[in-house]
Write a new protein. Structure first.
Length: 158
């Protein structure tokens, strides 16, 4: 993909203040100080936005979701040690079980969003946005510009 490194550089510049590195992948995720993101809409995005509205009374538009998703992954960085080792072990087992389930995508997503680590990261992101609204507005504009250049570089702006 054209512009991948440029997009990653721009996002790393924005989010370095959190002590994480940002890298493009095929999904949003956090692992060992790395936040992975996808520039594309994910299948769970709509379910996640609806769940956040119901659970936290916090509304996210499609345009807000990318920043929220990155902040959610950063939330894992900051809340990882709020769970006991037993809770982390139980959650790892539960994630494996979810991966083998024949439940609908909606049911699986709702179960996943309610895992303790996911709840903590979501709450952290919502609190951060509420407490740093001006930073988020400025950052949203920077992300929009970076994504616009990425989309244009790949010829997807038609």
């Amino acid at each position: 993909m054209k512009g991948k490194m440029s997009l990653e550089r721009k996002l790393n510049k924005i989010f370095k203040v959190f002590g994480v590195s940002v890298s493009m992948d095929d999904e949003f995720a956090y692992k060992d100080g790395f936040v992975f993101f996808t520039p594309f809409e994910t299948p769970a995005e709509e379910y996640h936005r609806e769940w956040i509205l119901k659970k936290f009374d916090f509304s996210l538009t499609e345009d807000d979701y990318f920043l929220f998703a990155i902040l959610h992954e950063i939330g894992h960085h900051y809340t990882l040690y709020d769970l006991s080792q037993e809770e982390l072990d139980n959650e790892a087992l539960y994630r494996q079980i979810l991966g083998l389930s024949d439940k609908s995508a909606e049911e699986l997503n709702l179960l996943y969003f309610n895992l303790p680590a996911e709840l903590l990261a979501t709450k952290w992101a919502i609190d951060f946005i509420n407490e740093n609204m001006e930073w988020c507005k400025k950052t949203q504009k920077k992300i929009y510009e970076a994504m616009r250049h990425f989309i244009k570089a790949n010829g997807w702006d038609d």
